[in-house]
Design a protein around this ligand. Structure first.
Ligand code: SAH
Length: 214
């Protein structure tokens, strides 16, 4: 796939749209303007890659809407060199945004087919996170603690193992709800026992499922 002037123009428009919807973190907007999102979707969808919409990436999963990617990333309040655990690699687009912002990313995907595909896409683009096929509910205790944890699938509750793997002073962004609609939560870990949770609106993610599939 190539990245043409047309694609670049569409990205600029997408960024203007995100700005109008309240995204004001310039580093995030610059990352979105830079990363060819159409590389992360089937070529037949390339034309639609710069609409602010989620769509299918196969295996019953979706690439998150650009606004949602920007919003979650903004809530994560990334600092350069932050060690980030991402749950739900999916297409790998959100992973690329995190890496572009200077994070070291550990990313977990449970769906075998997507796990293979996202590695191919990201590696070709020279975005190099640590990839894991696994169940995000388990996190990655060997590499803990993480400065930030980003969950991109809807969880029924905040997984206790992930809270444990968060560094003191760290932050987790996670959509939580027991239906198709979830509430975006930001959990700050104040000490080993103390957490502060804040809510940031309603979103609709595919469910966070248990175990490995495919
Ligand atoms: N950030 C992705 C969003 C993908 S949708 C993107 O921008 O493309 C959510 C992803 O989470 C799906 O790929 C799904 O397979 C994955 N997922 C769901 N439950 C999971 C779990 N327990 N562990 C790891 N990945 C999970």
């Amino acid at each position: 796939m190539t990245d043409s002037f047309l694609h670049k123009g569409l990205r600029k428009k997408l960024v203007d749209g995100l700005r109008a919807k309240g995204i004001d973190n310039e580093a995030i907007l610059a990352a979105i303007e830079k990363i060819p999102r159409h590389f992360f979707v089937e070529s037949s969808f390339a034309r639609h890659a710069y609409e602010d919409k989620p769509f299918s990436i196969g295996a019953g999963q979706t690439i998150s809407q650009p606004f949602t990617v920007a919003f979650q990333t903004q809530l994560l309040d990334l600092k350069k060199f932050d060690k980030v655990l991402e749950i739900g690699t999916g297409s790998g687009y959100q992973t690329a945004v995190l890496i572009e912002l200077g994070a070291t990313v550990y990313t977990i995907e449970r769906q075998r087919e997507l796990f293979a595909k996202c590695q191919e896409t990201l590696t070709q683009m020279n975005y190099l996170p640590y990839f894991f096929l696994g169940d995000g509910y388990e996190g990655k205790p060997v590499f803990a603690p993480f400065d930030k944890i980003l969950v991109t699938a809807g969880a029924k509750t905040v997984p206790p193992k992930l809270l444990k793997q968060l560094a003191v002073g760290g932050k987790m962004v996670i959509p939580v709800g027991d239906s198709e609609i979830q509430e975006m939560l930001v959990v700050d870990k104040l000490s080993d026992e103390k957490y502060k949770t804040a809510k940031f609106g309603r979103f609709s993610f595919v469910p966070m499922l248990q175990g490995i599939e495919g």
